[in-house]
Structures are given as structure tokens and as C-alpha cells.
Design a binder for this molecule. Sequence first.
Ligand SMILES: *Cc1c(COP(=O)(O)O)cnc(C)c1O
Length: 401
Amino acid sequence: MTLSQGRHYLAIPGPSVVPDRVLQAMHRPAPNIYEGELVELTETVIQDLKSVGRTQHDVAIYIANGHGAWEAAIANTHSRGDRVLVLATGLFGLGWAEIARRLGVECRIVDFGRSSDIDVTQVEAELAADGTREFKSVLMVHTDTSTGVRNDVAAVRAALDRTGHPAILMVDCIASLACDRFEMDAWGADVMVAGSQKGLMTPPGMAFVYFGPRADGSRDRADCVSAYWDWRPRVKPKEFYQHFGGTAPTHHLFGLRAALDMIVDEGIENVWARHERLARAIWEAFDAWATDGPMRLNIDCPGKRSCAVTSVRIGAPHGVRLRRWLTDNLGVTLGIGLGMDEPDDPEGKGFFRLGHMGHVNAHMILGLLGTIEAGLVTLGIPHGKDALAAAARICAEGEAS
Ligand SMILES: *Cc1c(COP(=O)(O)O)cnc(C)c1O
């Protein structure tokens, strides 16, 4: 006998839980791709994508995953031999740098390690030292999904402004969009990349590259760009198919429309507030568990933690044992530790991650925490008491009427 029957809960940081409303919107015959409903729906999707990204600028859509968005963003703004400054706070910043490098772009990587955010003083020093203004762009990840850190985008913009450096600011919001507050225009990002399968609650397969006028100016000179990745026909198509460089991702568009309806109905401020409250419930539980035993949140400072993903250190081999036991016995799958290998734990068996992005509510998070507690008890992993009560109190805050 196991308790894993019923709806399985994939609590990994992407793909996230897909709402029934999104699945149902996708369950239909293919539409005409030349005229009618799909053409009109695409325009509304673009408008709502812009409002979720808090921008008046453009957004190009690609049939791709996040890696595709990374490549599209670099290709449209760089030439072979360009230099860029990469601010790495985990695996994903390094991953974006690798994509850039393979396109022939030279990366100066400043690595802030695996449990810190970007140190803006250091960024400012890097920019000030670049006297000949070699850096064409600064690449950063808003929420790094491997470490769970959330970086301050506006602060990096301010460092660029203080040093008068002309590099464009490019931000990866693949994990954070519609989870952690992000304001593209107010914070001064020139490029922002996102994907469908995290906060946007739609299956993987659509990628978004948002860009402002300064980034589009870089496009004039960029020789990395190819016909397929070119963002210009995608945002100003003469024919509908040019939005997508070919056949539209028909069913993804229906799904995404439903997901955006849910976000618009709830209100983006409420979406962010919900993620914040649920994340605090998770942190409270882990703080309680951490009072006894090996479990620790990877990011110490609550103000630097993402509200979309949490990375936890529990010590090898407990991370693997806990994940395996929960999947086999309780119907919950936690995320693997990613990029967190250490000399005495080369496979990162001492880490796990929780995805809490998109379609999540209090009973899912409290259930998730309850299954982790069951795992700790069964596997004999020492832990502090009253974690679930602490999380429940956060969920109950201010809800009395
Ligand atoms: C998921 C993720 C990616 C990669 O997206 P894929 O769809 O797996 O290619 C990149 N950056 C961040 C921050 C992510 O969370």
C-alpha cells in the first residue's frame, strides 16, 4: 500500500502545475491559422504579456523553451567578438553565458557564488573599470532557479546609470515572471526573457523576448542574428505567420490565453502577493525544521529569496532519499538540487528544491510541507518541531473576517 494514488503533485520549479482551465482550453480541434479567432487572440495575448511584464515595449514570441529565449535575446543584440558582462548567482546565469559564448560573444563572468545575490558595488567597479566601454550588455538572472536567490534588477540599472555605461541590461525572468514582482520599464531593463512553463502556467514550448528601443538599436548592428531568430518580423509582421516564424503554436496560444485570463482576473499585484505569502509559509516551516538537524534554506536573507522557488540544503544523501520517498509513497515530486554539487557531494545529493510558481494555493503548499515532515519522520532525519503550525499561521494571517 502507498499513499501516492490521486493527483500527483509535481512540485519542481518548472514545468509548473498546469491549471485545468489551461488544459481544457487546449483540448480542441486545430483552428485556421490564416484568419479568424487565432489571429485576434494572438493580439490579446501580446497585450497581456506586456502588461504582465509591466512594459510598453515589444515582445517577440518564439516556439522554444527558455534556452531558445536566451539565444534569441543574444542573437538580436550582439555581434561575434562582442564582450558582455555576466553576473552569475547560480547555474542559470552561467547557462546564459554559455549560449552567448557559443554564438561567438566573449563573456566576462563575475560569479557571486551559490548562496549570494549580485553585489552591486562589485558590478559598479567592473563597469567603471571598463574605460573603453567594451561591454555591450550586462546579463543577469532575476530569480536563479538553482540557488533560489532573487537579484535586484533596479540596483544593477542604477549602477549602469551611475557609471554612465551604455551597455544594455538583459534580464532572465524565466522563473520569476508572474511570481516575483518585476517591473520591466520602471526598473530599466532593456531586454527580458521568459518562458511559458513557470509562472505563466502553460506547458513548455513558448518563449518570450521583451525588448525596448535601446536593445532594438543594438539589433541594427548585431551580426549574430539569423532570419529565424530575428525579432523584428515577429513584432511587426506583414503576414500573421511571421509572428512565429512559421506555423503558430496553436494550442499553446489557447492555453496561454486561458492562463493570462486567470492572471488578469486575479490581478498581477494579487498574484505577486499570493506568491509572497505562500513563500513566507515555506520559509517559516524551514526555519522551524532548521532549529534541530541538518536542514537549511540556501539563501539566508529573506529579502533575497525568490517567492517562486526554494533551494534547500539537507546534506547527502538525505536530499535524494527524501525526494525518492515522497515520490514513491506520497505522490509528491520535489525538484533535484541543480548546480549545487560540492567536493564531498559531487552529485548534489544533499540538496532539493521546491517549485511554488504559478498555480499554487495554501492547501497545496501546506500539503507539500506536510509530506516533507512525513518524510523527515519516516527517514529519521532530525528536524525541529512545529514547522507546520508555523506555516499554517502565515497562511491564516489577516484572513479572519
Ligand atoms: C527554467 C529556466 C531556464 C531554462 O528554461 P528551459 O525552458 O529549461 O530552457 C532559464 N533560466 C531560468 C531562470 C529558469 O528558471
